[in-house]
Structure formats: C-alpha cells, structure tokens
Design a protein around this ligand. Structure first.
Ligand code: KG4
Ligand code: ZN
Length: 337
C-alpha cells in the first residue's frame, strides 16, 4: 500500500492505494470556498490553507493504519503552485524520514492519467490516447505502456478549465467556474449562440493543438453586444453558458478523435478536472461507442478533479517499474516546474 499526498493547487488530499490500484482511503479538503470569495485561486491563500489543513487531512486518512506497514510515501512534486506544493513535499519528506520509507515523486499530469487505473474491475489496455484536461493543463498523450507516454497535442494559450472558470466569472457565476457554468447550462440552449471552435481546421503544427483564449474574448464581446451581463435575463445567461460549454466540449473531442484516427489506436481516455463535466463525458462515451472504441474515464467524479488517490496509482506504477538501483530517497525530492 502507498500513502500519497497531493497539494498542487487549492486541494489538500491524502490517500491510501493498494497494489491493485484499489482506493483504501481518499480524503480531500478543498479551499475552493475561499477561492469563491476572492473570485479565483489566490496562491498565497491556497498555500496558507494547505499548511493549515495538511496535518488534519493526514490524520484522517491514516486513522487505524500503522504507517510502518506501508510500502512507500508518494507526493506530487509539480507542476503547481509552489507554496502549496512545498507543504505536501515537506510533509511527505518528514513521513519518509520518520518511518524510514521510500518517497516517490509524481508528475501531477501523469497522476491524472493514472486516475483511470483506480478501482477498475478490468485491466487497463495499452496503448491508449488520453486527453488530460484541467484548469492548468490541456494535453493529448499517446500512453504506450504503463510508464511510457508521449505528448502529441497541447494548448497554445489557456486550458479548457481556465476558459470555463473565466467564462463563469464573466457570467457572474462564481468559482469554481466549470461545475457552476455546467449547472447553469442545463437549462440553456447550446445552439443559440455560435461561438468559435478554435484551430478546428488547423493543418500545420497546430493540427492536434488547442486554443481557448479566443473563446473567452468571443464571450466578452457577445455580452457587450447584449448590453452587459446586468441586462441579460436568466434564460440568456443559461443559453450563453450552454453555448460556451458546447463549444469547449466539441473542440476537445474533435482533437481527441482526430489524434485517435491518425494513430489508429482503439482505446481512448479522458481525465483531469474538466472530465468531471457531464456533457463532455456523455458525448465522449457516445462517440467512442459509435466508433466501436474501448474507452475509459475515471470511475468516480472525485478521481477526475485533483485528489491523492491518482498520485497513489501513479506511484504504484513507478514503484513496480522501478529501475535497478533506483532508491526513491526523500533527500532527492524537490519541487519540479
Ligand atoms: O484537475 P483539476 O482539479 O485541477 C488542475 O489540475 O487544474 O481541474 C480543475 C478545473 C477547474 O478549471 C474547474 O473549473 C474544472 O476543472 N472543472 C470542471 C468541472 N469540474 C471541474 N469543468 C467543467 N465541468 C465540470 N463539471
Ligand atoms: Zn490537476
């Protein structure tokens, strides 16, 4: 069993994951209520919250567990907010020192990919094309085997999650924007406003890349055309939300299936905070079925957004593929950008 810690942004999470990727414990504390007050994540506040909550979350996750019995400690070492990351890393180092355990550093985005390994009843099939889509990253990887993955697409500006968050703010919906915008969109008409699908027809080096900053600007101008958000009725706001959500989801899936077609790989996967989005999940499953593809999404919504269980899964992969002489010494672990 591995005890994993994740503190890359505004969540503090500690999980216990066994060697079959089964989640034994997964405690998540989120400071998003604080971020809602400030209109988004403020790194200084997130770092303070992480430092304040770390020991409580650790205590809750390891209740009735003897840490002498675990195999290793794991921790996210980046990318993320440096103040928050440091709390997780230094706590993990202390545990590794006290309990004399290896400390496995985990790349956050690989953690998101490994969220798809958690609590599965069947083996995960390689190779797979994975869309990892969050607030801070938006990539397509070819995941060749447990440890090998190659990025083939990325965003050239904002990530889709960031676009959800900024658009939600423009619509006066609060933070975190993704789930709030999606809730508003449930009563809206996604066809009422025709927002762009950026880079959809790119033929050059951007063929598999994303761009979401233009979508944000398009919404800004549309709101201005409508006389400002204060002059929009509830239905118009819902229609704007639904039209933005449709444009984001279509853009994401268009590129994912373009890569799938190009590389002829019959397994596709979604992960990252935005993969918690219901229309995105539904549409992804529908297209995968139509194309007769194997498909994976994290078993539970809480495995899509930031959590330590995914870090535990990634650490199990790193541990069981560890190279000759690789010691996972806590003294070697530091923040990685
Ligand atoms: O993976 P994550 O928890 O943190 C990062 O690594 O960035 O992703 C957070 C992002 C936020 O931008 C949030 O608005 C978005 O995921 N998100 C959603 C939904 N739930 C979270 N976006 C759309 N629909 C959702 N249901
Ligand atoms: Zn994340």
């Amino acid at each position: 069993m591995i005890c994993a810690i994740e503190t890359s942004c505004d969540e503090v999470s500690v999980s216990l994951v066994d060697e079959n990727f089964m989640v034994i414990k997964n405690i998540i504390y989120s400071s998003s209520a604080k971020a809602n007050e400030t209109g988004g994540v403020v790194p200084e506040i997130a770092a303070r919250e992480a430092a304040q909550m770390m020991t409580n979350v650790l205590k809750e996750a390891t209740e009735n567990i003897n840490l002498d019995d675990i195999t290793a400690i794991a921790v996210t070492n980046g990318p993320g907010l440096v103040g928050s990351l440091l709390t997780g890393i230094e706590s993990a180092k202390a545990l590794a020192l006290i309990y004399n355990k290896p400390l496995i550093p985990v790349f956050h985005i690989f953690g998101h990919m490994c969220a798809n390994l958690l609590d599965r009843s069947e083996n995960f099939i390689f190779p797979c094309i994975v869309l990892t889509v969050s607030g801070g990253h938006n990539d397509i990887y070819i995941w060749e085997s447990e440890l090998e993955y190659t990025r083939v697409g990325k965003t050239i500006d904002d990530a889709a999650g960031e676009c959800f968050d900024k658009c939600a703010r423009m619509l006066g919906l609060g933070y975190p924007g993704g789930p709030l915008l999606s809730k508003k969109a449930e009563k809206g008409d996604g066809k009422r406003f025709n927002f762009p699908r950026p880079l959809q027809h790119a033929k050059n080096e951007n063929i598999y890349n994303f761009s979401f900053s233009g979508l944000k600007t398009a919404l800004l101008y549309k709101i201005k055309d409508l006389g400002g958000i204060e002059n929009c009725d509830e239905q118009t706001i819902a229609d704007l939300a639904a039209s933005i959500e449709t444009a984001i989801c279509e853009s994401l899936l268009h590129k994912l299936f373009l890569v799938q077609k190009r590389y002829e790989i019959s397994h596709v996967a979604l992960t990252g905070g935005v993969s918690a989005n219901t229309p995105l999940r539904k549409q992804f499953i529908k297209i995968s079925k139509e194309k007769k593809l194997e498909y994976s999404i994290p078993e539970k919504i809480i495995y899509s957004t930031d959590n330590a269980a995914m870090i535990g899964a990634a650490a199990q992969v790193l541990w069981r593929n560890k190279k000759e002489g690789e010691s996972f010494d806590f003294r070697d672990v530091r923040v990685s950008f």
